[in-house]
Ligand binder design. Structure first.
Ligand SMILES: Cc1cc2nc3c(=O)[nH]c(=O)nc-3n(C[C@H](O)[C@H](O)[C@H](O)COP(=O)(O)OP(=O)(O)OC[C@H]3O[C@@H](n4cnc5c(N)ncnc54)[C@H](O)[C@@H]3O)c2cc1C
Length: 513
């Protein structure tokens, strides 16, 4: 079989992996979707009880929807906010069951390594034309799949960040794992008995932490003995509570406002400190800070401290990842909470996601590395563009076909603040939509978009931007406000977002206000 006739391996049958399969099939390609779980959407099922804050219209890939509709599927109410479970049952399962997709999905197939056939990482000559070898672990044992391209859509949910404030596990963490829930427990459902009447500490300050706090607060109505402690590394800045009514996803805005009310009415005890150690004692788990002082004594810990990509299986590939975000280098400045924290990221595709290893892409949640702000719709645009690139449609790969919902929060470092990247131009930190393309005279991506359509600009800039002292991400489970110490970030050229990609009502009135 020549390299061109080999399949395209897609790692993971989550929303983005399945969308990749739909796009590839629609372009006459043969994908092979390798899913570790027993069922498609394996990680979404783990947070199936959580209601997402993006309505259906943002959660369904266009090409997948067309294929489904052809088979008689009816699109759910576009304005309804599904739970993770509904997302699986009403979208991912029907999609994976389509006759065009089903033969290409292999369940219980975990990818444990990817390399080039006959090439270790050191060997260069002829490397680019060598097919990929994907090593998988199945119930029947190990197997190798040869592919002409590989799209890694394996997400990050399986690699939660540990409790330790310095990024490594807190001392003693491995010994108390039975009392730590990494992720979002179903506090009002299957995990109710684990938390009812207990002292529970929630660690983290992304959307998932807020969600967990709200659910625990609801639990106190049923079981008033339940005590809730929220441990954060520093006092939550306004951004942690989101953009409120300014958020284009109202449920996301409301989440932050409700969490703020919990604090205001004293339903949650806020503890500010950096976790260094956890010990188990007769009276409960003692959480200690770096000075050895007790932050809290609790029965249960919920670690919603964000996720990190598992790069282990990719070790034999030549990757160009940002050293801070562990995301493709061109994408990183757009999503790094150190420099820019709008939930809105300019649409991007094959060009920005390309790696030194031609034919290999990291997409979906994993493409955001350690950044917590990923939206499914961003992933759908990524795989649309990559499917074009893999089938020789250069124009299609470059075109941007996405309108992203604004987060309603836009912050930046005070110019010259010690937290900002020394090598990041002011324009990159100045406003929303991410930095402007390198070759464009604009303060931000939105400004560039506005200028591309002949407008004077987005009407923002440093003076028009809400400047917050402690910028933070607005992610699902990230440690918002915990910006990593930054090294310099080189600005890489990004393609100009064409005028037809302007966000709804784009132009001056849409930016940063
Ligand atoms: C609680 C929560 C709420 C969210 N809410 C929203 C929201 O409102 N709107 C929104 O747009 N986004 C939301 N997201 C973010 C994101 O869109 C979702 O996490 C989405 O599921 C990401 O899709 P994905 O396909 O990239 O990864 P995943 O859904 O994580 O899918 C990855 C798949 O790969 C499989 N896998 C992992 N490792 C391997 C391996 N080695 N080999 C084979 N298979 C593997 C997994 O089993 C899984 O099925 C939310 C995320 C979380 C956690």
């Amino acid at each position: 079989m020549t390299s061109q006739r080999l399949p395209v391996a897609v790692i993971g049958a989550g929303p983005v992996g399945l969308a990749a399969a739909a796009h590839l099939v629609s372009r006459g390609e043969t994908p092979i979707v390798l899913e570790a779980g027993e069922q498609v959407g394996a990680t979404v099922r783990q947070w199936g009880h959580v209601r997402v804050f993006s309505p259906w219209r943002y959660n369904i890939d266009g090409v997948a929807a067309a294929m489904l509709e052809k088979a008689g599927w009816t699109m759910p109410d576009p304005e309804h906010l599904p739970t993770g479970q509904e997302l699986v049952e009403q979208y991912l399962e029907p999609l994976a069951a389509l006759p065009e997709i089903r033969p290409h999905v292999r369940l219980r197939t975990r990818v444990i390594g990817v390399s080039r056939r006959g090439y270790d990482k050191l060997r260069t000559q002829g490397r680019e034309t060598a097919p990929f070898v994907v090593r998988v672990l199945t119930p029947a044992g190990e197997e190798e799949i040869v592919a002409r391209a590989v799209i890694d859509a394996s997400g990050t949910y399986e690699s939660p960040n540990p409790l330790g404030a310095d990024g490594t596990p807190a001392r003693g963490e491995s010994g108390i794992r039975d009392r730590v829930f990494y992720g979002i427990p179903d506090v009002l459902g299957v995990h109710c008995s684990r938390y009812a009447g207990r002292r529970v500490a929630v660690i983290g300050s992304g959307h998932s932490a807020l969600n967990t706090l709200l659910n625990l607060a609801e639990l106190t109505a049923i079981e008033p003995e339940t005590e809730i402690t929220w441990i954060v590394r520093r006092p939550p800045p306004a951004r942690v509570f989101g953009g409120g009514a300014a958020d284009a996803l109202p449920a996301r805005g409301a989440l932050g406002q409700q969490a703020r009310q919990l604090l205001d009415r004293g339903a949650v005890a806020l503890v500010v400190g950096r976790i260094a150690a956890v010990t188990r004692a007769a009276r409960g788990l003692t959480i200690l800070d770096e000075a050895g002082s007790t932050l809290a004594v609790v029965d249960e810990l919920v670690a919603v401290t964000g996720f990190r990509p598992d790069l282990g299986p990719l070790r034999e590939l030549r990757l160009d990842l940002d050293p801070i975000m562990e995301a493709p280098r061109a994408l990183a400045p757009l999503i790094d909470p150190n420099v820019h924290s709008c939930g809105t990221v300019p649409p991007h595709g094959a060009e920005e996601l390309a790696q030194p290893e031609p034919g290999f892409y990291v997409v979906g949640m994993k493409s955001y590395g350690r950044a917590p702000t990923f939206l499914m719709v961003t992933g759908y645009e990524q795989v649309r563009s990559i499917a074009c690139a893999l089938t020789g449609d250069v124009e299609g790969a470059r075109r941007v076909e996405l309108t992203l919902p604004e987060s309603g929060v836009c912050s930046t470092q005070p110019l010259g603040s010690s937290a900002s990247h020394p090598n990041t131009p002011e324009s990159a930190t100045a406003c929303c939509g991410g930095p402007a393309p390198a070759h464009v005279d604009a303060c931000c991506a939105h400004d560039a978009e506005a200028k591309a359509t002949g407008e004077v600009g987005c009407g923002c800039g440093p003076s028009g931007v809400e400047v917050l002292a402690a910028p933070a991400a607005t992610g699902y489970a990230g440690s918002a406000g915990e910006a990593a110490p930054t090294g310099g970030r080189e600005r890489l050229p990004l393609r100009l977002v064409p005028s037809n990609t302007l966000r709804e009502g784009g132009g001056a009135s849409r930016c940063c206000n």
